[in-house]
Design a binder for this molecule. Structure first.
Ligand code: CO
Length: 167
């Protein structure tokens, strides 16, 4: 495994539409393993392939709704499509490609996504709360969109100091 460089919002690649992942080969597995290491190293909750310079429909989301932090699990979503959403949440959101900036974004409170795993098998996954927010945020990356396009407002430095950094 190796750390990959996370590009920031000025990079054109973050504003492009990603292509479908068609091969479920060693190269994909290497990308997924590298992305996992990069995500954990950056202390994030999700990462999309374009953030490491790869224009493919591949994302990682960490399931954080667990009792013990050690049970946090990385969900690999390849060619993901949202098939159902429910409810609404309004809260602070950030992005590893927009370091140090946070904004208030409205998202569904529950999201079901259909995706392929690393061997190409289709499955469905349902996330709530932060996981639902993260699924929406990462899938937006695959279509070239950043949370900054969807914010109701950005948080001020004062607010950030008060709340500490939140994802
Ligand atoms: Co992001």
């Amino acid at each position: 495994m190796a750390l990959r460089h996370i590009v920031t919002q000025e990079d054109k690649i973050l504003h492009k539409v990603c292509r479908e992942q068609v091969k479920f080969d060693e190269r994909l597995h290497q990308l997924l393993d590298d992305m996992a290491e990069t995500l954990e190293n950056a202390n994030g909750v999700g990462l999309a392939a374009p953030q490491v310079g790869i224009l493919r429909r591949v994302v990682l989301v960490i399931e954080t709704n667990v009792e013990d932090e050690e049970d946090e699990e990385i969900i690999e979503l390849i060619n993901p499509v949202i098939v159902k959403t429910e409810g609404e949440q309004v809260g602070a959101e950030g992005c590893l490609s927009v370091p140090g900036e946070y904004g208030i974004v409205r998202r569904p409170s529950c999201v079901t996504v259909r995706a392929q795993d690393r061997t190409g098998n289709w499955f469905e996954y349902t996330g709530t709360g932060l996981t639902a927010r993260c699924i929406c945020h990462e899938l937006d990356h695959l279509d070239g969109h950043l949370f900054t396009e969807k914010v109701e407002r950005m948080l001020s430095d004062e607010e950030l100091k008060k709340s500490g950094s939140e994802d």
